[in-house]
Design a protein around this ligand. Structure first.
Ligand SMILES: [Zn+2]
Length: 321
């Protein structure tokens, strides 16, 4: 009994090996035929859309990495792909061409780009923006060499909208910002004479004699502006500078002269009191003297003169209009 069963089993094993072999040969033959006519590729889908075929997933992913995910261009901060490609093995005619390149381009068109740029603000007012942090830092450090107290800040901004990226070239941005700094410095000026900011008038009052007027109490035309104010009225220096004269000076009476740089001087005459000394640094608005009637004067007033490179000019070309 045992013996007979073993013999049968042997027979069946032999038979099944034969069948398996034949099936194997047939399968090999058919698949061989198939491989002559067809080749295996991967169908690629993005979202629900079939976008083409690729030959090698690994190489394709490498291309996606280099050309889409790591896409670099001006102002590009990061890139996200909206749809991750999905692959499915399939067979196409050997003559059929795969289209890796087209799929990459389609993915580039559909990617979600975040742009970045750098805003430079002057006292919280955005003045300009540039492409890189290095450019922004260069501008700020160069402008701070002129005045380290300038309040300039750099802010990194990101946007998905390329339209919002309105950056300027380095030199243009720098000049825009320095122009704005100058404008800001001049804000509130009552006059700007040769680049010198006159922050205030020396006294307020009625003008009793204008520049260039001829009067019988003077031998020549008037070299300044006379402003009427009562004796003792404080006289404020109009701009930052250095006192270069504070003494009685003939027809001018008690005369204070202040030099502001750029060849600009302001003179304050007929004063009753002088509160400053030669060599003293003064700030715009500082009280330097008091209105009086010393020297060639018929009543209390301030005779105010502006001199540019030694020559008197009409103060009303700049102020008291
Ligand atoms: Zn005068």
């Amino acid at each position: 009994m045992n013996f007979i069963l073993k013999g049968k089993l042997k027979y069946y094993t032999k038979e099944s090996t034969k069948i398996l072999l034949m099936v194997g040969i047939a399968f090999g033959f058919v698949s061989g035929m198939l491989f002559i006519k067809y080749k295996p590729v991967y169908a690629v889908t993005l979202g629900d859309e079939n976008v083409g075929y690729i030959e090698n997933i690994e190489e394709f992913e490498k291309d996606v990495e280099n050309n889409v995910i790591n896409y670099t261009a001006k102002n590009v901060e990061s890139v996200e792909i909206k749809e991750t490609p999905k692959y499915e093995l399939t067979f196409v005619n050997r003559g059929e061409k795969t289209n890796e390149q087209e799929i990459i381009i389609a993915m580039q068109k559909d990617m979600d780009i975040t742009y970045k740029y750098y805003e430079i603000a002057l006292e919280d007012e955005v003045v300009d923006s540039v492409d890189t942090k290095e450019q922004a830092e260069k501008i700020v450090s160069e402008l701070k060499q002129g005045d380290e107290n300038i309040d300039l800040t750099i802010t990194e901004k990101t946007t998905k909208n390329l339209e919002e990226v309105k950056t300027a070239e380095l030199e243009i941005a720098k000049s825009n910002i320095s122009t704005r700094i100058e404008e800001k410095e001049m804000e509130g000026a009552v006059a700007v004479v040769e680049g010198i900011k006159f922050a205030n008038v020396p006294v307020t009052g009625r003008i009793s004699s204008r520049y260039g007027e001829v009067s019988r109490i003077r031998s020549s035309t008037h070299t300044g502006l006379d402003i009427v104010a009562s004796t003792g009225t404080p006289i404020s220096v109009v701009a930052d500078g250095t006192v270069i004269c504070a003494e009685y000076s003939g027809a001018y009476g008690n005369l204070v002269k202040v030099s502001h740089g750029n060849g600009v001087e302001t003179w304050y005459a007929h004063t009753s009191k002088m509160y400053v000394k030669v060599g003293q640094e003064v700030k715009a608005g500082d009280v330097i003297a008091a209105v009086g009637s010393t020297g060639n004067s018929t009543g209390a007033h301030l005779h105010f003169e502006i001199r540019i490179n030694g020559k008197h000019v009409n103060p009303q070309n700049y102020m008291y209009n």
